[in-house]
Design a protein around this ligand. Structure first.
Ligand code: MG
Length: 471
């Protein structure tokens, strides 16, 4: 089990004391002389098909499309979980969620959160002199000891968990009102959700303006388009698709606002902006859910619709404009990649699942994914593995949509069942044609790898942070 407090302090001290020596040797993609800024824009439940340049229909995303035209589209980019909390745990720690003890969604009643012993992407960058700000939905524990300010962020403004975690007849009695937090203080309850996208964005813009002369890391995890959907007057009724399309158009506006700010401050060439979604579309909400495009299923499932998400990376002069990456990369790769670009390194005293994907992002020819395998978990159950172009599902059940909802009300699930099934993703992104019978050796190899990895991960899993009981 994990109890290495001293190691963590030593590591952070080492980072602050010139960890540039820990950096991997640079090659054709040498490190910049000036530490780059990082901006991560993360949406909530936006599907793989919900960006114009990923095939969206019924609404436009001109700013995201421009971001992709000026940078790279990652077509095989995976969230490390098909639901909110574990996906964000992976982003912050560079690890599979189960490894850091957060494989499930947290609720206002939860007494756990991101372990203070974990080293977050913000802490690594802060040790390198970065100003760090988080503006949006956190969802890694709402008690003060788990909030962003205790995990390496200088500033926090946003909802501590999902925007649907509010009192309702379906919730237990005494369910708390939704708090809006500034720093560690609830400054409002039940905030006007039509203003969330705008308020998060403006706080991020102000942060960038204040820190334009030093390296900064901005994490902008929007609450939208997680249901219940809300949009400001600026975009209400603007899309042909309806409210969901309006909401995405407002997020696209937000992306444009960030990009315009960077340009105005002459920071384009010093800033890597990364856009993605925490998991696939929540299809049970029907017309209030997005689309996974050609991918199968959506949120809560380990089919690609649940975890393959749009990925867009932009850094003019560093990431080739208009490029496309079809190699497997994942949300947990951002931590080691940003650490590397900042002249640091991921923690060396623990297992980190993420890998440096800068060779992919910088467009070096012929570079392959650093991941021989990528594993798909639902909660603590390993359900699938991707190795190269093959994806094997182990036998499991999943939420199949029986009746999609309408108008913000959920529809009905039925239990879906899948036996051991093997799909060849390049030809069949919808995971429909099973090659298990035709390719028994591949099935055997991937099954063995999956079981071995599961054993390793369980043996090495670290606990979540647990709320201290009052004396
Ligand atoms: Mg989500």
């Amino acid at each position: 089990m994990y109890s290495r407090t001293c190691d963590r302090r030593t590591f952070l001290a080492a980072l602050g004391a010139g960890a540039a020596t820990l950096a991997l040797p640079a090659r054709g993609d040498e490190l910049p002389a000036r530490k780059p800024n990082f901006v991560v824009i993360l949406t909530d439940d936006q599907g793989y098909g919900d960006v114009g340049c990923f095939g969206a229909e019924g609404f436009e995303t001109p700013h995201l499309d421009r971001m992709a035209a000026e940078g790279m589209r990652l077509m095989d980019f995976y969230s490390a979980a098909p639901v909110c909390t574990p996906s964000r745990a992976a982003l912050m720690t560079g690890c599979y969620p189960l490894r850091v003890g957060l494989p499930d969604v947290l609720f206002p009643q939860s007494k756990i959160g991101l372990n203070p012993e974990e080293i977050t992407i913000a802490e690594i960058l802060k040790a390198q002199g970065y100003a760090t700000g988080c503006f949006g939905k956190w969802h890694l524990g709402h008690h003060p000891e788990f909030l962003p300010m205790r995990h390496g962020f200088d500033e926090y403004f946003g909802l501590p968990y999902s925007n649907d975690m509010i009192p309702s007849p379906e919730r237990p009695p005494g369910y708390p009102e939704l708090p809006l937090i500034d720093g560690e203080e609830a400054i409002e309850t039940n905030p006007d959700q039509t203003q969330l996208t705008t308020r998060y964005t403006e706080r991020a813009v102000q942060f960038i303006e204040r820190h334009k002369d030093e390296p900064f890391f901005v994490y902008l995890p929007h609450s939208m388009p997680h249901v219940p959907l809300f949009v400001s007057d600026k975009f209400a009724g603007k899309s042909r698709q309806g409210l969901y399309g309006d909401v995405i158009m407002e997020i696209d506006w937000s992306v444009g606002r960030i990009l315009d700010t960077l340009k105005r401050l002459d920071l384009d060439e010093h800033t890597l902006v990364f856009f993605s979604s925490d998991n696939g579309p929540w299809l049970i909400y029907g017309d209030h859910a997005g689309s996974a495009g050609r991918l199968r299923e959506g949120k809560t499932t380990t089919f690609d619709g649940g975890q393959r998400v749009p990925g867009i990376a932009r850094w003019p002069g560093r990431i080739p404009a208009g490029s496309v990456c079809r190699e497997v990369a994942a949300m947990f790769d951002l931590l080691p990649t940003f650490a590397h670009l900042a002249g640091s390194a991921p923690p060396a005293d623990r297992v980190i699942d993420g890998r440096i994907i800068w060779p992919l992002l910088s467009g070096r020819l012929g570079v392959q994914s650093p991941h021989d395998t990528f594993y798909f978990f639902r909660s603590d159950e390993l359900q699938a593995v991707r190795a190269g172009r093959w994806k094997l599902h182990l036998p499991h059940t999943y939420n199949r949509i029986e009746t999609p909802g309408t108008g913000g009300k959920p529809g009905k699930y039925a239990q879906g069942t899948i036996e051991s099934a093997l799909f060849y993703l390049p030809d069949d992104p919808g995971e429909t044609r099973d090659f298990a019978a035709a390719q028994p050796k591949v099935v055997e190899r991937l099954t063995a790898m999956a079981h071995a990895f599961e054993q390793d991960l369980i043996a090495d899993a670290r606990p979540p942070g647990v709320l201290a009981e009052p004396e």
